[in-house]
Design a protein around this ligand. Sequence first.
Ligand code: ADP
Ligand code: MG
Length: 238
Amino acid sequence: MTALTLTNVNKSFGDVHVLKDINIEVEDGEFVVFVGPSGCGKSTLLRVIAGLEDATSGEVRIGGEMVNATPPSRRGIAMVFQSYALYPHLNVRKNMSLALKQEKQSKAVIEERVGKASKMLNLEDYLDRYPSELSGGQRQRVAIGRAIVREPKLFLFDEPLSNLDAALRMNTRLEIANLHDALAASMIYVTHDQTEAMTLADKIVVLRDGRVEQIGSPMELYNNPANQFVAGFLGSPA
Ligand code: ADP
Ligand code: MG
């Protein structure tokens, strides 16, 4: 099964054409990394997939179903942002349960899912703390926990580690790789960090100026970059 299919997706803001004929497939369980320079349209593409922006034209399919008109909350997707966007007045437990309460899940289900996610993320001892009482790495783990409890089929990560220092970035990167194994969900992960792309990805999509420049496994892109631009991002020093 295919988790996500984008067919000739375009997005314009007024007369600014940001996404240009994007064609991408994500298989079930696949870890796909989007890379490309700042301003090339990575966040816009994630927002179109999530339904936070409408595609100007083209088709977005999730699990085979056309979702162009489906609201974000019904797409089976959870998104983790670079800025953690935690609610400062809610403790960790409540930050993690909020979306489930809005979905009207039972208390038992909420407790079970928050328990499971906090165990996976080593947050069990922090459930009663407030965001201001957490480190940057812990806050980012809470943000990931909020996505996990919703049990999405597809996770979208928008440069989730870029606010963390180098050591924490490596730890959190390993955690995300473990989560991908444990959850058997599909993940799309945006980064401009070459190490993250090379170590996490089953498949890398290189974007440039709103277009797909090349798609391939890390080794394919490293050994056979389609052009100078891809080589500059990921290729071997030729
Ligand atoms: P990236 O995440 O790769 O840095 P973005 O998707 O944030 O890139 O932005 C791609 C382009 O789209 C930029 O030129 C940006 O200015 C433009 N853009 C993004 N959102 C909007 C918007 N709401 N209105 C107008 N232009 C936008
Ligand atoms: Mg961005």
